[in-house]
Each structure stands twice: as structure tokens, then as C-alpha cells.
Design a protein around this ligand. Structure first.
Ligand SMILES: C[S@@+](CC[C@H](N)C(=O)[O-])C[C@H]1O[C@@H](n2cnc3c(N)ncnc32)[C@H](O)[C@@H]1O
Length: 788
């Protein structure tokens, strides 16, 4: 690296983008020397290697004969990095220069000659800028569709990458297609082709037709849901409903649809007992009024509050900040199983010859595998040069690294999925970004990631919020974790955590479930090893045992066999209360003296106030027979985990489970999955949960196969409890018992999700016998001892 001849400035303020007033000034010569020397210390290019900083400080001292403190050197480096990013952005995006002009402009920057090498580290960042520049130019020329060359650069967005901008654009385009939005229920994928074409034309983003269809339908669902919550639950008056709706982020681009849901709205007002009042959305005048308002709005730039569901339960309203709104995971409704009708709800192994049904997957043997959707990880597993010395079921142990870049990197970067983003403690506006299958860190601005990796950024922000909450309990531990996570993670066990988190979340994502992250703040312990499985697994004999039970019979056969004993009527939670037969089915099949019946209300919440904590609770979920949709509040287990969960190292207790978002009292948290087997078959029962209430003889064992729920610790004052669930989508499906976990209280982000492992009498019995260990639940109600 040779220094360039002519310089104009003698001193420079640090850092370039900083607003701080009292930054030191460092002579350019020293800055150049520092940057030149840093070339030989790659350990600090992308991370903060303290040893290298120490050596570097010494070298600078020797060569410059000046004593410059390490933190000043860090500032020099940080400032140069920021300047390099700013300059690239300015030249590529603002000035829209070509590559050769960018090059010559950069040469004018006095530090470039000694810092040029760093531009390679910003390769992906720069690629992103070129891509954006191209898109801007394409859009201006409106030549995207004609130009074959450009078509290759269109960004394809998959379901979880759909950001607010894309969704808004789809809804805006849709307005021009009343023949589609007026017939949403009967549309087929093909009907959305003109919308998809227009989307590419307007935004250079390509989205699959089923995804567009889902977005349209789900926004309609959200509109209805918001109306329902505001009218029935929050009991707002008409003006307030209007006002609340207008805060919903998609309302401005979707309000034209309101008259098409007037029947639903009318029904809600009727249920409120306000049927006599005139429906305001009923007349064309309203559409005109909407149009008028819209024109007015277009004139003024107002800040929109982002929220999916604008109705906030009263008890939580105060607490819910804008930041949280942004973090609320709305896997519903895009990921609801309407999208994937063929998803199995259990896996049966060793069934010979295998059968074929939609709801059950039959296999000869089962082992965790890298999800099929992770194509880059699979490619890396085959060709990557970086071997990670570890072995986790279903998780690759090979990655691509710098040496593979030339052969396997190239242009595909544009469609690579981003695996994770980690906060950069030194730079709040950028995130350290890792692509799936690669072990190289890149730095991207939040703005850029918002555009290209919306979903992963959301997970990153959730983790950041979780750590912020954990700081209140143990700041030192969180600081230590952060410094480790921003260091050389590729070689440390942190990557194991990130990979386990990613691939388990991907397995969940296939079913439309929320992510699971694994975190150990201080202890250098490897993540737990087990086969992650989002649904239950059972073998042929247990499967046959389940399918022989009377509960399998369809409702009409049950009724023919038996007269209903009592009338349990609480069908209010179902979307179609008039047709719902769940409660009656409970009467016909289960014994109320033995298992208590619980049923979700219209918000999908369970009320446990009358349920004995020592008694088993059972819920029956709706099936197609009830006539409701897959989004009915009475289908919680079928829809699955919607709140992110954190498997967190709790010290002596081992790993436990914490909430990655706010969970409401009565809310479904997740399903306890594992191997369904006969009780008493294994010698280690610590991961076994009984299916009593449905079948006393069966347990779910999550020791070798399971999901995040297997980590719940015992508490003498638990925040959640088990509910056995009778659930299937179709009455013709085999009925396999399921086990759900519901919240007993409001659980905040970073709070532990715990259950009581035993009934009280079992704990007391063990205490009497002396067969106990110390209980570490640390609650006020702790009995201090629990059974071994
Ligand atoms: C189902 S496992 C929970 C996950 C386990 N901690 C892990 O790291 O895999 C049950 C085990 O967790 C630990 N544990 C859970 N709750 C506890 C508590 N309240 N006190 C002490 N140990 C507990 C015990 O070792 C128990 O055998």
C-alpha cells in the first residue's frame, strides 16, 4: 500500500458521520499510517480482536514515534469504515456514477490509497448499492419488462421476505382489479397474474401467485379481525372504530375493500346489540368519502403507526410501545395452513407397507435433515471448505468460507437467504449479516436489510429486545455475550447456537410456526443435542392403538351410539357457532368427572379460572365438520406456535424456555412434541408428559425427538400448563392425541415459561419418602423440594 502524493487536509475530524462534538482530531498522516498497518491485522477488519489491537498500537507507536491510545486508533478505523460506506453510497446511489467514475472519485479521498483493501470487505454492501442503483434507473426508465438483461436482476421475494412496501404495493395494485378483489373467495392463483406483472413493473420485485393470493386474503382477514376486535371485544363506538382502523398500516391502501366486508361488520354490530343503527359502510357515498379522504391524505405526509392488529387488549394497551408493535410476529395469516393443506400433523414410522394420507406422513425411519428449503446450506454441506467440528442432527457441519467465494459465490448473492443478523454494538445503524451456508460476516444498513431480509431482521430485532430485557437481570452477562457475539463467531461455539437456532426455526417455518432461538449468555456450553421435530412421531403399534379408540368416530356415528349426557354449550369461540359440534362431541366421548373441558373464546384464549390446577384439562378443536376455516380461534394447536421462543441456559437447571414476545394469559404457546409411546416403556421419564384425559396409557417423550417445549422447567408457581387436545382437520383423519401448552398468566418477553411437572400430592408424597432433589424454581410458592 503506497501513500498517495498530494494531500490537501492536514487533520481530519473523527468519525465522519458522527455528530459528537468532542471527537479528537488526528493528523491525516497518522490516520494513513494506521490504516496501512491495519492491513496486516485482518483480525480486526470485521471484528474486535483485542490482542491484535494491542499489537497494532505498539506498531503504530514504533513507526510514528507517537503515543496514540488504542481507542483513538479504533476511532480512526471506525471513521474510515464509515467514510468508505458513505462515499460508496453517495457515489453509487446519490450521484449514480458508473464503476470507473466511482473508482476515480474514490481516488480523490486522501485515505483511499491506504484503505482501498477494505473495499473488498464491503463487497456485499457495494453489490447491494449497485443493485439499488440499477433498480432506480430501471424504474425510471420503466423498461423492466422489455429488457431481457434486466429481468435476471429482478428480486424474487419469498413468503417470509414480503415487507411492508411490497404488501402495500400489492394492495394498491389490487384496487385496480375489482373483478379479483370482488370475488376473493372464488379466485384461483392465475387471477393474480396481472397483479404480479404490475408489481414487477412498479417495484422490480417478483412474488409467487399463491403468495399474492394469500396476502390479499389475509389482509381481508385482518380487516375483519380488526373490526371484530374493535366492535366486540374493545367495544368502541363507530367513530372510534374508524379512528383505530385508520392507524392500521395497511388501511390506507386497503380501505376500498371495507364495503366488501360490510356483512361481517353488520354481524358484529348485531352481536353487540346495535343492529338497528345504520351501517355506515353500506353506501357508495362512503366509497366516495373514502376517496376524498385518500386524496386529502395524499397531500399531507403523515407518520403511520405500524400495526397488524390495531385492537390492543385493555390490560396491555399502556405497555405496548411502537417498537413492540414492530416486533409482534404475525405468522398468521400468511403462514396459516390454508396455504399448505397437505401438511401432516404426525409422522408414523415403521409402517409397512406405508399408507398415504394427507394428515399423516408414513416413513420407514425418521431422522432430522437439513430442511429442503435451505438450498444454500445444502450446497455448502456438499462443497463448503470450512469444517465445523460438531454434530447436531439435521444441521450441516460444513460451510462456505472466503476461499469458496470465487467458485460458489458470484452473482447468486442477490437471492441468497440471510441466515442471521447480529447487532453491531459499535454501530447502531448496521447489522453484522451472515448468509445461509456461509461463515463470512458482512455489514449492512438496517434500511437495506429491511428491503432484502425483512424476516431475518425482525428475528434479529426480537433477539436484541430479548437481550435488552435480560440486561435488567444480569447486565454483565449480556455485555459479555454481546462482545462474544460480535467477535470471531465463526470459530466459536456461538455459531453452533446460531445454526441450531436457524435450522430449528426453519423446521418450524415449514409448518408456519414462529422461530426458536438458543442462547447461553455466559457459560461456554454447547447447545443441546436432539432431533428437532415440530409434530409428533409414533410407531405402527401406537398408531393402531390410537385409531381404534371410539373418539375416532365421526360425530353422527357417536350420536347414534350414545345419547348426549349433558348440554355443554359454549360454542361462542367458533367462527361458525351454529354448526360447531365440538362441545357435543366432548359430551359423547369424554368423562367430565375425570377431565375438565376447556374451550377457547373468540380471541383464542382459554379461561382457567374454574379449572383445578391438579385436574387434567382437555380441549376439542374444530374440524371441517364445524364449517369454520383454518383460522377459527378453536384451532390453536392446528395453527401452532405463533410467538417466538428462546431456549435459554438457566444455570443449574440446564436449559429452560423463555418468551421471545409477549404472551397473554390464556394464550396458546406451543405444542409439546416428541415420540408418542406407551407409558412405562423407558427408564428416563424426565422428558415424558402424560396424555391422560385422552389416553392414560400414552405419554409423549421428548428426550430424543422434540421441540422447544421440552425445555420448560418445573415451577411451584407455573406460568403455563398442559392441556390435552383432541384435534384433527378432517373427521376422516386418524385422531392422534396432542398436548398443548397455554399461558396461565401474562408472560412478558424474556420471562420464563414454566409448568408444574407434578400434581401436588405427588410432590408431597416424594417429600415424605425423601426421594427428592432441590427445586430451583425460585418462586415465592416454592416447596424447595421436587421428586427425583
Ligand atoms: C424436561 S427437562 C428440562 C430441560 C432440561 N433443563 C435441559 O437442559 O434439557 C427436566 C430437567 O430439568 C431440570 N429442572 C427443571 N426444572 C427444575 C427445577 N425447578 N429445579 C431443578 N431442576 C429443574 C432437572 O434436571 C430436570 O430433570
Amino acid at each position: 500500500m503506497r501513500a498517495r502524493e498530494e494531500e490537501t487536509e492536514e487533520v481530519m475530524d473523527l468519525p465522519s458521520t458522527s455528530t459528537a462534538k468532542n471527537q479528537p482530531t488526528v493528523p491525516v498522516e497518522i490516520q494513513k499510517l494506521v490504516l496501512e498497518i491495519i492491513y496486516n491485522y485482518p483480525g480486526i477488519w470485521t471484528k474486535d480482536c483485542e490482542i491484535e489491537w494491542g499489537n497494532l498500537t505498539e506498531e503504530v507507536k514504533t513507526k510514528s514515534k507517537t503515543d496514540v491510545e488504542t481507542n483513538i486508533l479504533k476511532l480512526v478505523f471506525k471513521s474510515a469504515k464509515a467514510q468508505m460506506c458513505d462515499k460508496l453510497k453517495e457515489l453509487i446511489l446519490d450521484k449514480r456514477l458508473e464503476l470507473s467514475s466511482v473508482e476515480s472519485e474514490l481516488q480523490k479521498w486522501p485515505l483511499y490509497s491506504t484503505f482501498e483493501y477494505y473495499r473488498k470487505i464491503l463487497k456485499r454492501y457495494e453489490e447491494g448499492l449497485w443493485f439499488q442503483q440499477k433498480r432506480m434507473i430501471d424504474l425510471e426508465n420503466r423498461s423492466v419488462m422489455e429488457d431481457e438483461e434486466t429481468l435476471g436482476r429482478i428480486r424474487v421475494k419469498h413468503k417470509n421476505e414480503i415487507d411492508r412496501k411490497t404488501r402495500t404495493a400489492i394492495l394498491e395494485i389490487l384496487e385496480e382489479y375489482p373483478e379479483v378483489y370482488g370475488n376473493i373467495d372464488t379466485t384461483i392463483n392465475k387471477d393474480y397474474q396481472p397483479i404480479a406483472d404490475e408489481l414487477v413493473f412498479r417495484t422490480n420485485v417478483a412474488v409467487d401467485l399463491p403468495v399474492i393470493k394469500n396476502i390479499v386474503k389475509s389482509t381481508r382477514e385482518l380487516l375483519i379481525k380488526n373490526l371484530k376486535t374493535n366492535i366486540l371485544n374493545t367495544k368502541l363506538n363507530r367513530d372510534e372504530v374508524e379512528e383505530t382502523l385508520s392507524k392500521w398500516i395497511y388501511y390506507p391502501s386497503f380501505r376500498y375493500y371495507r364495503p366488501w366486508v360490510k356483512e361481517s361488520e353488520k354481524l358484529f354490530w348485531e352481536m353487540r346489540g346495535e343492529a338497528d343503527k345504520e351501517m355506515e359502510v353500506d353506501t357508495p357515498a362512503v366509497i366516495e368519502e373514502v376517496e376524498h379522504q385518500r386524496e386529502e391524505e395524499a397531500m399531507e405526509v403523515t407518520e403511520t403507526v405500524e400495526t397488524e392488529n390495531v385492537a390492543i387488549p385493555e390490560s396491555q394497551e399502556e405497555k405496548k410501545s411502537e417498537e413492540e408493535e414492530d416486533l409482534s410476529f404475525s405468522f398468521d395469516p400468511e403462514s396459516a395452513d390454508e396455504d399448505k393443506p397437505n401438511l401432516p400433523s404426525a409422522i408414523v414410522i415403521r409402517y409397512n407397507p406405508p399408507k398415504q394420507t394427507e394428515s399423516i406422513r408414513f416413513v420407514q425411519e425418521y431422522k432430522s435433515e437439513i430442511p429442503e428449503s435451505c438450498t444454500e446450506a445444502r450446497r455448502a454441506q456438499n462443497h463448503g471448505s470450512q469444517l465445523l467440528e460438531r454434530s447436531y442432527p439435521g444441521i450441516p457441519n460444513r460451510k462456505f468460507g472466503e476461499p469458496d467465494n470465487k467458485k460458489f459465490g458470484a452473482d447468486e448473492s442477490l437471492t441468497w437467504p440471510v441466515q442471521m443478523v447480529l447487532e453491531d454494538p459499535e454501530d447502531k445503524n448496521h447489522w453484522m449479516t451472515y448468509f445461509e451456508g456461509w461463515n463470512i460476516a458482512y455489514k449492512y444498513s438496517e434500511e437495506y436489510l429491511e428491503e432484502t431480509a425483512w424476516y431475518t431482521l425482525k428475528v434479529g430485532k426480537m433477539k436484541k429486545k430479548f437481550l435488552k430485557e435480560m440486561e435488567k437481570l444480569d447486565k454483565d452477562a449480556v455485555d459479555e455475550y454481546r462482545s462474544r457475539a460480535s467477535g470471531t463467531i465463526t470459530k466459536s461455539f456461538i455459531f453452533d447456537y446460531e445454526d441450531v437456532s436457524y435450522f430449528h426455526s426453519k423446521a418450524n417455518e415449514q409448518y408456519g410456526f414462529a422461530p426458536v432461538l438458543y442462547i447461553s449468555l455466559t457459560k461456554k456450553i454447547r447447545p443441546p443435542v436432539f432431533h428437532f421435530i415440530p409434530i409428533n412421531i409414533l410407531d405402527k403399534s401406537v398408531f393402531q392403538h390410537c385409531t381404534k379408540r371410539m373418539a375416532n368416530k365421526p360425530f353422527h356415528s357417536l350420536r347414534a351410539l350414545k345419547a348426549s349426557r349433558t348440554t355443554v354449550t359454549n360454542p361462542g369461540g367458533c367462527e361458525k357457532p351454529e354448526k360447531c359440534v365440538c362441545d357435543k362431541r366432548y359430551d359423547l366421548v369424554y368423562d367430565k368427572n375425570y377431565v375438565q373441558y376447556v374451550q377457547t373464546d373468540s380471541s383464542g384464549l382459554l379461561n382457567f379460572s374454574d379449572v383445578d390446577p391438579n385436574q387434567r384439562a382437555l380441549s376439542i378443536e374444530c374440524s371441517k365438520e364445524c364449517g369454520c376455516s383454518s383460522k377459527c380461534p378453536r384451532r390453536q394447536t392446528q395453527r401452532g406456535q405463533k410467538t417466538p421462543l428462546i431456549v435459554f441456559y438457566e444455570g443449574k437447571k440446564g436449559f429452560g424456555l423463555r418468551a421471545g414476545g409477549r404472551i397473554r394469559k390464556g394464550q396458546f404457546i406451543g405444542e409439546y412434541t416428541g415420540v408418542i409411546k406407551k407409558a412405562g416403556e423407558g427408564d428416563d421419564t424426565s422428558y415424558e408428559a402424560c396424555l391422560g384425559g385422552i389416553d392414560e396409557n400414552l405419554v409423549i417423550c421428548s428426550k430424543e425427538y422434540g421441540n422447544a417445549m421440552r425445555f420448560m422447567s418445573h415451577s411451584c408457581d407455573p406460568s403455563a400448563r398442559f392441556v390435552v387436545v383432541h384435534s384433527r382437520r378432517q373427521e376422516s383423519d386418524p385422531l392422534i392425541p396432542r398436548l398443548a401448552i397455554f399461558a396461565l398468566k401474562d408472560i412478558d418477553i424474556a420471562e420464563e415459561v414454566t409448568i408444574s411437572y407434578w400434581k401436588e400430592d405427588v410432590i408431597e408424597e416424594a417429600i415424605k419418602k425423601g426421594t427428592t432433589i432441590e427445586c430451583l424454581c425460585r418462586t415465592e410458592k416454592c416447596k424447595k423440594l421436587i421428586p427425583v
